[in-house]
Design a protein around this ligand. Structure first.
Ligand code: AMP
Length: 234
């Protein structure tokens, strides 16, 4: 079946909440966009939502900016209102992909409470996209994104057709401020300290599905799709 007809075939089907875990730069955002295209449910990226608040100079953006520029996690309490407001929008009723949230055990506990209060969205599926340290550094330093459509490229592994220009809309690609090497190191430390314990949290609940994120993006996507269509939701 061609991609377009598959999208049509699947677009009426809700997939419920999907939680994508994995280190920064491990490909969660790229995979989330593929799930969006295939199933027509929104990607909810707390990083994107926060960057939007910073760009719009909201009160939340003002509080979050310094943490983000240092590569540190934004305090949990700042996120919950922003996340619940987004998840309650009508486009998320058939499901959504959480990309970059939860990132701490406290956030995961908060999310469990939110999902229990909104049981109509269904049981969550948790997928960990695992990638080794050296591969991550390579991917993060080569990452570029389109400021207009959000598409993500990598100068080494997934370059645009014309260097530094978006294939879709011709915008000049940008490197995120926090993709500089010293900030990357801090983001990876934060991941190990705060986010790795989530694997035990979800593993202990029997909810964790593992996918090898070091494979080419299309193979990772096939593995993610297999879990979405056949994985257990506990
Ligand atoms: P990301 O685009 O997911 O890598 O997020 C970029 C930055 O936004 C992170 O380095 C954090 O400073 C902040 N951020 C995004 N999501 C979260 C979260 N769930 N908890 C705390 N901080 C977050």
């Amino acid at each position: 079946m061609k991609a377009e007809s598959q999208k049509t075939a699947n677009s009426g089907q809700g997939i419920g909440p999907l939680i994508l875990l994995g280190p920064p730069g491990g490909g969660k955002g790229t995979q989330a966009k593929r799930v969006v295209d295939r199933y027509g449910v929104p990607q909810v990226s707390t990083g994107d939502l926060l960057r939007d608040h910073v760009a719009r100079r909201t009160e939340l953006g003002g509080k979050a900016k310094a943490f983000m520029e240092r590569g540190e996690l934004v305090p949990d309490e700042l996120l919950y209102g922003m996340v619940s407001e987004r998840l309650e929008q009508s486009d998320a009723a058939r499901g959504f992909i959480l990309d970059g949230f939860p990132r701490t055990v406290a956030q995961a506990e908060w999310l469990d409470g939110w999902l229990a209060d909104h049981s109509q969205v269904g049981r969550p599926l948790v997928i960990n996209v695992e990638v080794g340290y050296n591969e991550l550094i390579k991917r993060l330093t080569g990452r570029r994104s389109c400021p207009t459509c959000g598409r993500i490229y990598n100068v080494a592994t997934n370059p645009p057709r014309v260097a530094e220009v978006c294939d879709v809309d011709g915008s000049r690609l940008v490197t995120r401020k926090d993709d500089r090497e010293e900030v990357i190191a801090e983001r990876l430390r934060e991941y190990e300290r705060q986010t790795l314990p989530l694997l035990d949290y979800y593993g202990g609940q029997g909810r964790l599905h593992e996918v090898d994120g070091s494979q080419p993006a299309s193979e990772v996507a096939a593995a993610v799709q297999e879990r979405i269509e056949h994985g257990d939701r506990v």
